[in-house]
Every structure is written in C-alpha cells, then in structure tokens.
Design a binder for this molecule. Structure first.
Ligand SMILES: NC(=O)c1ccc[n+]([C@@H]2O[C@H](COP(=O)([O-])OP(=O)(O)OC[C@H]3O[C@@H](n4cnc5c(N)ncnc54)[C@H](OP(=O)(O)O)[C@@H]3O)[C@@H](O)[C@H]2O)c1
Length: 302
C-alpha cells in the first residue's frame, strides 16, 4: 500500500481545498489538525484524521510515521499571541518530527516578497518558517505566492467586504502597491504537481498569474463584474496602521488577520524568476478577470 500524504491546515482555506484535490486524485491522506471534529463532514473513507497541535511537540509524535510527503499549510496569524514566535516554534516542531519519522519531502506555501527589501513582520515570518523547515534536514519544496483569488480566501474576502460595503472609499497608499495574484485552482495545481517533482535538493518557486495589478485594480475589477459603481479617493497620508484600524471597523470579521495582512503590503509582491513556469510548463495560470469571475461563480462551492 502507498504511504499516506500528510496534510496540515485542512480546516483552513488552502489546506481544505487541497484535501479535496488529493482525495479526488485517489491519494491516501492523513490530516493533522487541532479540530478533528471540523473535518468529519469532508473526509473520504480512506482519509485519516489525527488530532495534534503543531505547537505541542508531544502531540505530534508518531503522526508522521510511514509518511513520505508532508504538506505544511499553516500559520499563526489568527492567534492572539506573538505570531512570529509561534510560527517559528511550530515550524521547528514540525521539521524535527518529520526528520525523526524519515519524511522525504515537506511542501510549504509561503509568501512572495523580495528578501533584500525591508519585509513586513508577516512576510519575514513566512520566509523564516521555510528556513526553519529546511534547517531540519528534510527536503523542502517552497512555493511563494501573493494574493490568492477564490471564494473564502482571506485577501479576496477583504476585497469583497470593502467593495460591497463602501460606495465611496478613501484609498491609502497600500492600495496601489503591485501584486501578482493567482486563482486558487492554479495554486492547487502547483501544490499537487510538487508531489511528483524530480529533485533531491530544496526548491523555491515563485508563483503568480499573468497579471501584475494592485489591490485597487482588483477592487475596480471586482466592482465591474458585480455591476457596482464605486468611487476611490486616494489619501496618501493614511498610514498602514491607521488604515488597518479602519479596515477593522469596516470588516470586523477579518480584522485581526487583515491588519497583519495590510501591514505587509509595503513592497511589490511579484514573481521575479520563471523557475515555476519552466519546471511546470503544463500549468497555465489564468488572469485576474477570469480568476475573479470563477471566484464569484463558485461562491459557496469552492
Ligand atoms: N490565502 C492566501 O491568500 C495566501 C496567499 C499566499 C500564501 N498563503 C499561505 O498559505 C498557507 C495557508 O494559508 P490559508 O489562507 O489556508 O490560512 P487559513 O485559512 O487561515 O488556515 C490556517 C490553518 O492553519 C491551521 N493551524 C494554525 N495553527 C495551528 C497549529 N498550532 N496546529 C495545527 N494547525 C494549525 C489552522 O487550523 P485551526 O482550524 O485549528 O485553526 C488552519 O487550518 C499559509 O502558509 C499562508 O501564508 C495564503
């Protein structure tokens, strides 16, 4: 019997969608989660659900036995404490247990952002997690993505809340920073293609769709597709801190993570090398228009 694929973050946005893709492809999956009850609805009979908290090394023991490939799809941005410290500790625990269990590859999804630039705490932490995982000695295939467009994705839901609620919007500077968004389906193709990647070394792939656009462009395109008239008034002096407080008032549901996310929009998050295109030529990411149209069309089903 083939070894199970270990999946963390299956109760989250990306891990949850990856679980479906892996199950539909016939893989045996072992989900490691703090909330096994939340997965009862969605797992195939061949999928195991194991209860563990990645922050608790003891609870991780044995969860990776017999596993060849493990997906690391978690972050602590929703927690009340110091998320950087928690993410460092979680990655350390996960890497150490993976090493002990003889796991051959960890597949990790982090964030795009030039290392030479002064990164925000959020993006710095996403890159630090990859470094901690690599330091375990287990091979790491790291993907770095910018905004993921799909119904339920935090960044897309922030755009949706703002555009749906505010006919007139004051737009701070971060709204004009360039990103390279990608559709959730394209991201899932990269994540599953990494299972068959032929390499014994660590790998880093920057991934994104064909369009380099700003949050403002995404909001305008979202409004266009929804048939909403929206007015954006640029206010360059509104700092990320103030604008994240403002976001908390407008979209309270997402405020804790949303603030960290907005604080991270300081520099462009665009693809700077084409290793992903060369390594996975069969994946042809869709543009922003198509991605938003799918997100709107798949609402509640994605
Ligand atoms: N969404 C995007 O736009 C985007 C873009 C680029 C990169 N990414 C990256 O993709 C990855 C997944 O993001 P997401 O958007 O899917 O996040 P998400 O929806 O917030 O899900 C986070 C997951 O992490 C789990 N988790 C957190 N701490 C844990 C712990 N101590 N033990 C076990 N599980 C824990 C959560 O489980 P609980 O249900 O127990 O809380 C949840 O399943 C992250 O690395 C993120 O940086 C996301």
């Amino acid at each position: 019997m083939t070894s199970p694929i270990l999946l963390t973050g299956a109760t989250g946005y990306i891990g949850g969608r990856l679980l479906r893709v892996l199950q539909n492809a016939g893989h045996r999956v072992r989900c490691v989660t703090r909330r096994p009850e939340a997965l009862q609805c969605c797992v195939a009979p061949t999928t195991e659900v194991v209860s563990a908290n990645i922050l608790d090394r003891e609870s991780l023991k044995g969860t990776m036995d017999g596993v060849e490939i493990a997906y690391y799809m978690i972050h602590s941005m929703g927690s009340r404490g110091d998320f950087e410290e928690q993410d460092r500790r979680a990655a350390h625990n996960f890497g150490a247990e993976a090493r002990r269990a003889g796991v051959g590859r960890i597949i990790y999804l982090g964030g795009l952002g030039e290392t030479s630039e002064e990164l925000s705490p959020h993006l710095r932490s996403r890159q630090e997690v990859a470094e901690v995982l690599r330091a375990s000695g287990v091979q790491v295939v790291e993907f770095r993505a910018s905004i993921v467009i799909g119904s339920g994705s935090l960044s897309f839901e922030m755009i949706r809340s703002l555009v749906e609620r505010l006919p007139v919007m004051v737009t701070p500077r971060w709204v004009n920073v360039t990103a390279q968004p990608m559709a959730i389906d394209d991201l899932l193709q990269y994540l599953s293609a990494a299972l068959d990647l032929k390499t014994d070394d660590h790998a880093i792939f920057e991934i994104g769709g064909p369009d380099a656009v700003s949050y403002g462009d995404l909001m305008r395109e979202y409004a266009r597709q929804r048939g909403l008239k929206r007015l954006m008034i640029p206010v360059p002096l509104l700092t990320p801190r103030l604008s994240s407080l403002w976001l908390g008032l407008v979209t309270p549901l997402y405020s804790r993570i949303g603030r960290k996310l907005i604080d991270s929009i300081r520099h462009p998050t665009v693809v700077r090398d084409n290793a992903a295109r060369q390594t996975f030529p069969h994946i042809r990411p869709q543009g922003v228009r198509e991605a938003i149209a799918s997100a709107l069309g798949n609402e509640g089903r994605e």
